[in-house]
Design a protein around this ligand. Structure first.
Ligand SMILES: Nc1ncnc2c1ncn2[C@@H]1O[C@H](COP(=O)(O)OP(=O)(O)OP(=O)(O)O)[C@@H](O)[C@H]1O
Length: 504
């Protein structure tokens, strides 16, 4: 008796691939289509949070049912002594992994929601059931299949996958391809582009890689940092039936632009009593309190003083540091995530940012798209993002408020408004229109004449010289993309010319 019929083998092959794809890439949709044929609902090219009530994705549900039936049949046949070569066993093992991930989906989700609600982590209630089920599938009827498996590692991977999906899918919203690319990049930052290799070995060392997030202000850099920081691999301790750390406690954001250099050092490295005026007691810094599977988020890294850059460079190179006023060497074992809205390459050229520090930061780079870029690709996203915003402020009237605000924006700011403050500005615009019935963009309020509205008026009136037009255009584009480099790319000018125009 063979393990699979030809149809089942085909299904198992597709499920084996599906279990390891980046869910935010098109390959997932293609595989789902291939598995479901006429049953496929879609096409849903961009997998994003929809406005309608969060009904489970019908394609996912159908495939989960198919996978369940497939593994139960195959396990029965294996127990009865069915022939299975090495490839069959691999396909079977992947289908079991897929099925069990689905079988414990709701329990894992509940653990994440409980942690977000501030409830302390309890022992994993389904651990024994899970372990027995894994053993039953991997040794069907007591038969040894030669599958190397560790239920603790499996549970740790499942929990990490669920957390990553939760923090990426539910928090980083937007239906444009740019938003989908961002979700996909964040997923890769967590698992690399090869999930199999990650789960085999790379999960142990990815914490040593620093992630650098760049993008203009208000584009969700902190959201991205949170998604990565809260989705790290956390080992499961089978003896105690618990994860070794609580994921929610392991993310420490530090806003470097809000603190003086001494305070930054004290926050990060800690200090000894008497190390500086005001240091009345010993203090433990974030690098020391950060757990091994946690992350320190250094926001506005471009603002960092050169002397602290040197100290942090040492931490990234050797993982060692000292508290201020102390000589004892201490070890940092978490992950560093850094973000900036500055162009660090231009900062290096200007002598404000150390090149060696930059090359320690940039092993894994993510760029967040501007709101304008997202709206250019998907104009309907304005209303979609407004609904998401409205749900946080006024859930009962979210849809009608969002429509009202979208109409106001189209009438008063126009569909081409550049949104220099990005999603943060959109959120503030929403609140202003909800409260006051109107919103005044900051650039217009400043009355510099450089804002898009007055420039458009001057163009209509034929009032601008070519020089002045170029200068204003550079300012508008720069406000939109936030860096000389991007402005140069958009305008086709050299970045030095852009810089000159902006300083005129
Ligand atoms: N893709 C997105 N999906 C949902 N909300 C978003 C997105 N991008 C930004 N936001 C929202 O916009 C606001 C600003 O986001 P965030 O603080 O992460 O931006 P930032 O890039 O870190 O800004 P800054 O550089 O000023 O620190 C937050 O309320 C965040 O929830």
């Amino acid at each position: 008796m063979a393990l699979f019929t030809p149809g089942q083998r085909q299904l198992a092959t597709a499920i084996s691939r599906l279990g390891y794809v980046n869910p935010f890439q098109m390959e997932r949709v293609e595989l789902e289509r291939q598995i479901l044929g006429d049953q496929f609902s879609g096409p849903q090219a961009v997998w994003s949070l929809q406005l309608a009530a969060a009904a489970p994705d019908p394609n996912y549900q159908r495939i989960a049912l198919l996978a369940g039936t497939l593994v139960r049949d195959a396990a029965g046949r294996l127990a009865e002594g069915a022939r299975a070569d090495e490839r069959d066993v691999e396909l079977y093992a992947d289908a079991v992994l897929y099925h069990l991930f689905d079988a414990y989906r709701i329990e894992l989700q509940q653990m994440i929601e409980a942690a977000h609600a501030g409830r302390p982590a309890a022992p994993v209630s389904f651990w024994r059931k899970f372990r027995d089920e894994v053993s039953r599938y991997f040794t069907p009827g007591g038969r040894q299949l030669g599958i190397g498996y560790d239920p603790c590692h499996m549970l740790a991977c499942y929990f990490q996958l669920r957390r990553a999906f939760f923090h990426v899918f539910f928090f980083i919203v937007g239906r444009s391809p740019a938003a989908a690319r961002l979700r996909s990049m964040v997923w890769e930052s967590i698992f690399t582009h090869d999930l199999r290799r990650y789960q085999r070995s790379i999960y142990r060392c990815l914490g040593d890689v620093t992630t650098l997030i760049t993008g203009p202000s208000g584009t969700g850099k902190e959201l991205v940092a949170r998604a990565i920081g809260l989705s790290r691999y956390i080992p499961f301790d089978g003896e105690r039936g618990r994860f070794v750390e609580e994921f929610c406690a392991g993310f420490h954001p530090v806003n470097l632009s809000a603190l003086s250099p001494t305070l930054i050092e004290s926050e990060l490295f800690g200090h000894r009593r008497g190390a500086f005026t005001g240091a009345v007691a010993d203090r433990v810094g974030w690098l020391e309190t950060c757990p091994e599977h946690g992350a320190v988020f250094l926001d506005e890294i471009g603002e960092l003083d050169a002397s602290i850059q040197v100290k942090l460079l040492r931490v990234l190179q050797s993982r060692m540091f000292q508290r201020l006023g102390d000589t004892a060497e201490r070890r940092f074992s978490g992950k560093v995530i850094a973000a900036t809205n500055r162009n660090l390459v231009a900062e290096i050229d200007a002598g404000r940012f150390r090149e060696d520090f930059y090359y320690r930061l940039c092993a894994d780079r993510i760029t967040t798209p501007t709101l304008r870029e997202q709206l250019d690709e998907a104009p309907d996203d304005l209303e979609h993002l407004l609904v998401m915003s409205a749900r946080r402020v006024a859930p009962e009237e979210a849809e009608s408020l969002a429509t009202e605000v979208a109409e106001w924006i189209n009438k008063h700011l126009g569909p081409r408004y550049p949104w220099p403050g990005n999603v943060r500005e959109l959120e503030q615009c929403f609140r202003n229109v909800m409260i006051h019935g109107a919103y005044t963009p900051a650039s217009t309020a400043k009355g510099t004449g450089d804002d898009w509205e007055s420039t458009a008026r001057s163009i209509r009136g034929g009032e601008l010289s070519a020089e002045e037009l170029l200068r204003r255009y550079c300012k508008i584009v720069h406000a939109h993309c936030g860096s000389y480099e991007q402005t140069a790319k958009r305008t086709g000018l050299d970045w030095r010319t852009v810089k000159k125009k902006l300083s005129e």
